[in-house]
Design a protein around this ligand. Sequence first.
Ligand SMILES: [Zn+2]
Length: 274
Amino acid sequence: MTKEFTPDAVFHSDTDTKFAAEEYKPLGKEVYIKAGEDMSDKGYQEGTLAGVIRMRMKREGKRFWAGDNISDYVTDSHKAKLIDETALAFETVLDSLLIDRENDPNSKGTAKRLAKMYFNEVMAGRYESAPDATAFPNDSADRYEGMLVVRSELRSMCSHHHQPVTGVAYIGIIAANKLIGLSKYTRIAQWCARRGTLQEELCNDIAREISRATDSENVAVYIQATHGCCENRGIMAHSSLTQTTVLKGAFKLDQGVKKEFFDNIKLQQDFAPR
Ligand SMILES: [Zn+2]
């Protein structure tokens, strides 16, 4: 099959046709992208929207690993189209698994269900922008200067096996010049978690985003979670628990602060054992 390719002025402004052709080789697909009249996303005709977005991210050096947020590149209207594309791809997966999705009533809508679940639920944190965390000033004479520890329930998915990760994060900060609503800690943690993650990375991501939202350099995150990939397959370990900790600023440097953080976690666990 001869490859016909006209670079789109928007998506390929500084690339040549060879780049794009190479890009699609691993997909085993012939892709045709033609410049549109209005130079908008309508500029592509055949090929996939996912392919166009992926190409744009590659060209702009944007990392798009399973745990990365790519909301700057995916609009709501993109999402509907991407779900359709993903559903088609899942149909192929089910076919390859030799599952009769035409006659098995339980497998009929599975491809579309999976596609929606990935975009709207288990990986929603990749496609949605950061939750609004309105900050309240904490700079009066009687400002709060103590430690704050928030317990957040976590649901995530490991990027190695796409198995569920279930646990709790304890987020500690020493209040700086602004405070955010208590529920925002959990919203931010969930936004980081609803992606394909590694627990170690997730711990870092939550610490970074909490630090950004609160302007506090003194942040600690402790996560304990069970992993479906250890429970449902592989070693089939039903009571394994993974613990990770990230300590920044005073939590790392001051033994007293560190101890207070872990003492608070113990108190929380006595109060609400998981
Ligand atoms: Zn895994």
